[in-house]
Design a protein around this ligand. Structure first.
Ligand SMILES: Cc1ncc(COP(=O)(O)O)c(C=O)c1O
Length: 341
């Protein structure tokens, strides 16, 4: 069978290694788990013979309240990944270009390729920061691009795009800009209000701070016209009923989420300080993980030998053994990581 050429060239998403481990710090998950209300809500479900609400109305209302934006600007997805893929489909097709920065989350180049489009990236600074230089480079290339994807905070580097630069970019371009805020709860800076004004399309997920990675729930905050297009473009029943109920329960217990975020941020700083003290080159992070230089994969191996699974990340121009990304697990797990440095 002859596949579409751009599909046959897809490399697929580089998932985490499949080793046995006791401490999983490879996928930026929330190792504390979700609010207990989530499991109670799942146990109470008794109507899976019925289709879920295709518009996820209750969930949109709840997310609107959480984000202080109108619910007409919110569209729910089966994970942030599905949100990204569907949003890119509104703008990309063969011959078009998605503009972004490198390194960043693999789903943008993969998404571009899925639609037969090109992915062009502006390099971040050597320390992975996003400065006026990157802003200027993106502005220069923006009119030739059909969409722009920015990751803030950036995965896998953990750095932010300074809000001031992001605002300048949003004000200056006509090209649609996807701003991936998967780690918003740790960073607490957002351009959600700009999305409502028609200037950005924000992607969020409940996989991280809310601890629902296995249930797949993400959402977009988008200009009304884009939200309406997404509601038509997405698969009708994309967010299943168990996920809708669980997400509502998670959002009804914000103190649980805030408590975990607070502990995670404090533990991230402890890990960062410990890494520096031990002589590692680690990158300051605004998310729930820390990227570390790990020439030869020594640290990754040492952690793995002690049943701690982190993630080797391949950054453009470097071998995969050059960097390791360590998620922040529970305080106890983080202490175990620190004891192994
Ligand atoms: C930057 C970024 N965006 C989006 C996602 C997608 O998350 P999910 O599909 O689990 O909602 C992730 C997950 O790691 C991520 O790091």
């Amino acid at each position: 069978m002859k596949l579409n050429e751009h599909i046959s060239q897809l490399k697929g998403y580089p998932t985490a290694d499949k080793f046995e481990y006791e401490v999983g710090v490879m996928s930026n998950e929330n190792n504390y788990g979700p609010s207990p209300r989530v499991y109670a809500a799942i146990r109470a479900i008794n109507d899976v013979n019925r289709y879920p609400d295709p518009l996820a109305e209750k969930l949109r209302e709840k997310l609107a309240e959480y984000n202080n934006v109108p619910s007409e600007n919110i569209v729910c997805f089966s994970g942030g990944d599905e949100a990204i893929r569907t949003i890119l489909g509104l703008f990309l097709s063969p011959g078009k270009t998605l503009l972004g920065h490198a390194p960043t989350f693999a789903m943008y180049p993969i998404g571009a390729q899925y639609y037969g489009a090109k992915y062009e990236a502006v390099s971040l600074e050597k320390d992975f920061s996003f400065t006026q230089k990157q802003l200027d480079a993106i502005l220069e290339k923006s009119s030739a691009a059909s969409a722009i994807a920015l990751c803030n905070p950036n995965n896998p580097t953990g750095n932010e795009i300074p809000l001031e630069l992001l605002e300048k970019l949003l004000n200056a371009v006509e090209t649609p800009v996807l701003v991936d805020e998967a780690y918003f709860e740790y960073h607490k800076q957002t351009v959600a209000n700009r999305a409502v004004e028609g200037k950005a399309i924000v992607v969020r997920t409940l996989s991280k701070a809310f601890g629902l990675a296995g249930l797949r729930c993400g959402y977009a905050i988008a200009p009304k016209e884009i939200a309406d297009a997404l509601l038509k473009a997405k698969l009708v029943f994309n967010v299943n009923s168990v996920t809708q109920a669980a997400a509502l329960a998670a959002l009804s217990d914000l103190p649980h989420m805030h408590d975990i975020v607070e502990k995670t941020v404090a533990d991230r700083e402890k890990l960062f300080t410990a890494l520096k003290e031990k002589g590692y080159s680690a990158y300051s992070s605004t998310a729930n993980f820390v990227l570390v230089q790990d020439a030869g994969g020594e640290l990754y191996k040492k952690l793995l030998d002690n049943k701690v699974l982190a993630r080797q990340v391949k950054l453009p121009g470097f071998p995969p053994e050059q960097y390791v990304r360590i998620s922040i697990g529970t305080t106890q797990e983080n202490e175990r990581v620190i004891s192994l440095l």
